[in-house]
Design a protein around this ligand. Sequence first.
Ligand SMILES: O=P(O)(O)OC[C@@H](O)[C@@H](O)c1c[nH]c2ccccc12
Length: 275
Amino acid sequence: METDFLSRILRKKQEEVDAARKRVPEAVLRERAEGRKDRRPFLERLASPGPWGVNVIAEIKRASPSKGPLRPNLDPAALARSYQRGGAAALSVLTDGPHFRGSLDDLKAARSAVGLPVLRKDFMVSTYQIYEAGAWGADAVLLIVRALDDGFLRDALALCRDTGLDALVEVHAEDELDRAVEAGARLIGINNRDLKTFETNLETSLRLARRLGEGRIPVAESGIRDRSDVERLLKGGVRNFLVGETLVRASDPEACLRALVWGRRDDSAPSEPPR
Ligand SMILES: O=P(O)(O)OC[C@@H](O)[C@@H](O)c1c[nH]c2ccccc12
């Protein structure tokens, strides 16, 4: 039972991919993905703590399966600009339609509006989606360990390398973390959300981050509500944070982000630090 929700999504995703293949062949996407010259460094950005010691990957998410719609009339370009002004290190854009009401058009609109690197957040089950991500302008993709077997995880990571995409490899438990590391993942997303109960617990990030070896970069994902959550995770050595709902629901996402990144809402400090 435990992977029920996820396996339902994955089945649907496979159907979606099969249908998409009929419209646009994989070879066309591959050529487009491999021909890109506008890549923005995602992993590299997160590998250094940045000017404030906190990197936030700010997420654009219209709805979630557990909460329903999160922000009426969400405008991905406008929200991306607010995130950039608020000091985001990168963007994450949900492109899953059936459960999150997102699309590749959202990704394209958000990325065109800013200069930040962009993660395609979706349920990747096929090489097709990786080429598709590249073709639509993503700089990185999410790979969920629980959703993939070791063979595909390795293949997907190799394909990302060849295509010039970074990979955020998501785990929720020790065995998944070990599999991610074994497959060669560098950027490890630690999801605080339990997909069985939808509950979040920051302890998951703290616990799994301690297990990471040299050269692996942790990203705490989900359930980060305020600056005190950020500070708690910073004490555990985590400097990268993927934040969705808190920002998407905020009446002023820019100020909300600034408060997460450097503890104050006002803009008396420049949102772009001097370099
Ligand atoms: O909205 P939150 O609790 O800040 O979470 C953001 C992000 O971590 C979450 O959207 C997420 C993490 N892993 C995923 C996999 C698929 C879809 C969504 C997700």
